[in-house]
Design a protein around this ligand. Structure first.
Ligand code: NAG
Ligand code: NAG
Ligand code: NAG
Ligand code: NAG
Length: 569
């Protein structure tokens, strides 16, 4: 009803100014208010609002086909990743598209339009609440997270001109209700662990306390230093989590006495990100990510992307990292991220926008890895849930999602997030693996699970690695941490070392990993025990082959390297 009233008002206004005839509008996105948000008042009409419009790509489907071709072993284009200019020819909006949308904004009095994104795929402008409401038939209000810190200005529906529909993916921020970024280890314990000198052979204590020596022994990861300077490993940083060079030095002295303790990382600042160094600035998440990258991927150059708050709601920082990397002449070959969201906080359009950027990264030859999350089948929420809550970006079929295992012999960690997407359908590389799991577990005929997950969605995680009771150095203290935050940098280091060997032999890096990984299930240690309870259920159980707790399993370095060299040959 409110929206009808707005439309009527706008007509009166437009007519009195003899403005151009109003274009026919179509609803682009609409939703119900999520249960965990409440209305928090209507901003005054002149409150400033910065909006961004994502424009459709020149040839999105063409880019998807190329991204698959260059990533699928056996394809004639395997390993022939795109240059930035080649990727741009698919992903950029044609200039006529930019002009068409800008012309509509101009005729409604919106000037000062900026372009952003690696491919110029976003246009942005700052206006007022009243103009935004009129432009998009919207009803922007303030909303507040029930029992949480997130404050948002959003609308439950918006429209765009019918004649511009083919040019516009989405307008942001509008109908998404994404809470503050969730990251950080699942747990950390400040009980100091004993600092005995450690050799690199795995001690029996690996069953209870995990060090780099344990990880390298379990997965057969060599200590031989990498040789290729171009083969960089990227680490995402958000939420004012800053890795500390002093902590890294202590970590290397204690756990990698065979390497130089002065080995360090470089920092790229994005969105006014910072890099403060003092014990009070130590972030355990950032320290895990950097210590289990530098400490496992011996001599691989590590770049920490420090994302600051200069982006709307922090959410678009996820896009900004990729945009920055995509435009680098020599981007890292692999990026690990231990921050994530619940999938249901995204709208399908916003999730697709992010996912298409990961697809472009894959086409460029960059592997994108994400921690699957630490809430079992319940996503990032502690509240009770009637349906399983998948996490995002793990459900994007163009990322590699990493779950957690614990103990020796390895078993699925109880917190390892996994399940099936409600937004993205099962990609072809997963067809056999997912069908096998549903068959052997009889889940589709088990009443306990009926309606709780989508049997046709993209399954995650893809792979797993140790994620329970890992030792790190944080603010000068050795502490124990756990979560898939630990697993993602470990698996990423394995890929970085394989890329080093590939590049040294004159081959391309692996790029988008999943078609390669699912074609080589024998190169994993299959985890068949453990489960990820949540939502008042036992969750999923690990099983022979792929499962939604541990994916294909944990990495067997030598076997994966052999498979990678064979695929490149
Ligand atoms: C709505 O939110 C905006 C942005 O946070 C704030 O400036 C404004 O004061 C809020 N208005 C009301 C009525 O709460
Ligand atoms: C490893 O720890 C688990 C408990 O976390 C225990 O059940 C198991 O017996 C231990 N295994 C060994 C070999 O000590
Ligand atoms: C699935 O069903 C088959 C046939 O009824 C049965 O043999 C098998 O044990 C079941 N598997 C599980 C994991 O319950
Ligand atoms: C259904 O799943 C639950 C929980 O995993 C299990 O205990 C039960 O045996 C299953 N029922 C059947 C008929 O397989």
């Amino acid at each position: 009803m409110v929206r009808l009233a707005f439309t009527a008002l706008l007509f009166a206004f437009a007519t009195s100014l003899a403005a151009p005839a109003r274009r026919a509008m179509v609803v682009h996105e609409q939703r119900e208010l999520p249960a965990h948000f409440a209305s928090a008042g209507v901003p005054s009409p002149d409150t400033p609002l910065t909006l961004k419009i994502a424009l459709t790509a020149n040839d999105r489907d063409g880019l998807e086909q190329r991204a698959l071709d260059v990533s699928t072993p056996g394809n004639i284009l395997y390993g022939q990743h795109l240059s930035f200019e080649e990727a741009k020819s698919f992903a950029a909006p044609p200039s006529a598209r930019v002009s068409a949308v800008s012309a509509w904004l101009n005729e409604n009095g919106v000037a000062d339009i900026t372009t952003s994104g690696a491919f110029g795929q976003w246009i942005g402008f700052t206006t007022t609440i009243s103009t935004a409401n009129a432009l998009f038939d919207a009803d922007f209000q303030n909303f507040t997270e029930v029992g949480g810190p997130t404050q948002l200005t959003r609308t439950l529906a918006y429209s765009i001109p019918a004649d511009l529909q083919q040019h516009i993916n989405l307008v942001y921020p509008t109908t998404d209700f994404v809470r503050k970024i969730s990251g950080g280890p699942k747990f950390q314990s400040f009980k100091s662990v004993s600092k005995t000198a450690r050799a690199l052979a795995a001690p029996s204590s690996c069953n209870s306390t995990v060090t780099p020596a344990c990880v390298m022994d379990l997965y057969g990861i060599p200590i031989t230093p990498a040789t290729e300077a171009s083969n960089k490993l990227g680490v995402s940083g958000f939420s004012e989590q800053w890795p500390q060079t002093a902590d890294l030095k202590s970590f290397l002295e204690e756990f990698r006495p065979d390497t130089s303790p002065s080995t360090t990382f470089t920092v790229i600042d994005i969105d006014a990100g910072e890099d403060p160094q003092s014990p009070s600035d130590a972030g355990s998440e950032a320290n895990i990510d950097v210590q289990y990258s530098v400490g496992i991927a011996t001599n691989v150059p590590v770049t920490f992307y420090s994302v600051g708050s200069d982006n709307p709601d922090g959410i678009l920082g996820f896009e900004d990292i990729i945009n920055d990397m995509l435009a680098e002449a020599a981007p890292p070959h692999v990026l690990t991220t231990s921050y994530l969201f619940d999938e249901d906080e995204f709208t399908p359009d916003l999730a697709n926008q992010f996912c298409d950027n990961y697809m472009a990264a894959g086409a460029r030859g960059v592997s994108i890895l994400f921690a699957s999350g630490d809430g079992g089948v319940a996503g990032t929420t502690d509240a009770s849930c009637s349906f399983f809550i998948p996490t995002f970006p793990s459900t994007c079929p163009w990322v590699t999602s990493v779950g957690a295992v614990q103990s020796v012999p390895e078993t699925g960690a109880y917190f390892s997030a996994g399940g099936y997407s409600n937004l993205f359908s099962r990609p072809s590389y997963q067809t056999t693996a997912l069908a096998n799991y549903l068959t052997i577990t009889n889940l589709t005929t088990n009443a306990t699970y009926e309606g709780k997950f989508s049997t046709t969605g993209r399954g995650f995680p893809d792979v797993a690695a140790q994620g329970f009771n890992l030792e790190i150095v944080n603010a000068g203290e050795t502490i124990l941490v756990g979560g898939t935050s630990c697993s993602s940098p470990i698996f990423t280091s394995v890929i970085a070392l394989i890329n080093d060997r590939l590049v040294a032999a004159g081959n391309s890096p692996l790029g988008f990993l999943n078609p390669f990984l699912y074609a080589n299930p024998g190169s994993f240690f299959d985890i068949t025990t453990g489960s990820n309870p949540g939502c008042d259920t036992d969750g999923f159980s690990a099983a022979v082959g792929w499962d939604p707790v541990t994916g294909l399993g944990t990495p067997n370095f030598e076997s994966l390297l052999a498979a990678a060299l064979a695929a490149a040959a």
